[in-house]
Design a protein around this ligand. Structure first.
Ligand code: HH2
Length: 271
C-alpha cells in the first residue's frame, strides 16, 4: 500500500503548481504549451518541490467549467512526459483522475472534496492514491460574491470532518488523506487570514493540512489594492511560513525556490 501521507510528505513539503490552462488567475497561459509545462514541472522538482500539482481547469473566481475531454487534452501530454516525477492531478472529474492515475500520478487534489463527481471516490479508493479534500463555499463562478459564515473556522472544520468521514466510508484509507481549508474559495480577506491564524483547530482533525495562499488576491488586497487579482511572491512566502508555523504540512505554491528556501530557514529556527 505504501507509506502514509505524513510519511510520504514530511512537514514542511512544497507542492509546486503547474496550470495547463489559458485562464488561471496567476499563471494562466504560461504553461499552456505542453513543453513549457513539462519544463516548469522539472524545474520545480529540481528546486525542491516534493510534488507537482498539474491542473487543466481554472477554479479562479468567476471561472466557468471545462469538459473532461478538454481537460484531458490539456493535461495528458504533460503527464505522459513526466512519468518519473512525483505528481498530483488537480481535478474534480473522475475520468481525468483515472487517466492521470494510469499515467503514474500519486495524489488526487479534488477542490470539490468528492462532491463534484459521484464516481471520484471509487476511482481514488480503487487506485490507493493519496487524496486532498478541500473546502469551498459555493462554486468558482459565484463563490466570491458574498461569502458568509457563522464562524469560518468552525464551519470549515465541520465540513472537512464530514468529507473525511465520507471518503473513509467510500473505502479510502484515512492515512492517505490530507485536508485543505481552501484559501480564496468563497472567503473574504479576513476569512483567509483567520483560517491560517486558527490552523491548529484544523490540524486537530488528525490529518495533514495543505495551505495554498500562493499569489492569491487576498495578499494583494492586504497590501492596499482593493481590486487586486493576485498577490506578490514575498507576501505569498510570508503567508506560507506563518501557515507552516501554525501546523500546515504541505504548502501549495507557484514560486518553489523562494518557498523552499524560506521554509528551510523557518524549520531550522522553529524545529
Ligand atoms: N487553489 C487553487 C487551485 N487548486 N487546490 C488546493 N488543494 N488548494 C488550493 O488552495 C487550490 C487548489 C487556485 O490556484 P491556481 O491553481 O493557481 O489557479 P486556478 O484555479 O485559476 O488555475
Amino acid at each position: 500500500m505504501g507509506p502514509s501521507i505524513e510519511q510520504r510528505f514530511p512537514r514542511p513539503s512544497v507542492m509546486g503548481v503547474v496550470n495547463v490552462t489559458p485562464d488561471s488567475f496567476s499563471d494562466g497561459g504560461v504553461n499552456l504549451d505542453p513543453g513549457d509545462a513539462v519544463a516548469t514541472a522539472r524545474r520545480m522538482v529540481e528546486e525542491g518541490a516534493a510534488i507537482v500539482d498539474v491542473g487543466g481547469e481554472s477554479t479562479r473566481p468567476g471561472a466557468g467549467g471545462v469538459s473532461a475531454d478538454e481537460e484531458l487534452r490539456r493535461v495528458e501530454p504533460v503527464l505522459e512526459r513526466l512519468e518519473r516525477l512525483p505528481l498530483s492531478i488537480d481535478t474534480s472529474k473522475s475520468e481525468v483522475a483515472r487517466r492521470a492515475l494510469d499515467l503514474g500520478v500519486e495524489l488526487v487534489n479534488d477542490v470539490t472534496a468528492l462532491r463534484g463527481d459521484p464516481r471520484m471516490a471509487d476511482v481514488v479508493a480503487e487506485s490507493g492514491a493519496y487524496l486532498c479534500l478541500m473546502h469551498m463555499q459555493g462554486e468558482p463562478r459565484t463563490m466570491q460574491a458574498n461569502p458568509r459564515y457563522d464562524d469560518v473556522v468552525d464551519d470549515v472544520k465541520a465540513f472537512l470532518g464530514d468529507r473525511l468521514a465520507a471518503a473513509v466510508t467510500a473505502g479510502i484509507l484515512e492515512e492517505r488523506i490530507c485536508l485543505d481549508p481552501g484559501i480564496g474559495f468563497g472567503k473574504t480577506v479576513e476569512h483567509n487570514f483567520e483560517l491560517v491564524r486558527r490552523l491548529p483547530e484544523l490540524t486537530a482533525l488528525g490529518r495533514p493540512v495543505v495551505v495554498g495562499f500562493s499569489r492569491k488576491s487576498s495578499l494583494g488586497k492586504l497590501l492596499g489594492d482593493p481590486s487586486a487579482t493576485t498577490g506578490s511572491v514575498a507576501a505569498s512566502v510570508g503567508a506560507a511560513v506563518a501557515a507552516y508555523e501554525r501546523g500546515a504540512t504541505i504548502l501549495r505554491v507557484h514560486d518553489v525556490r523562494e518557498h523552499v528556501e524560506a521554509l528551510t530557514a523557518a524549520q531550522a529556527a522553529l524545529a
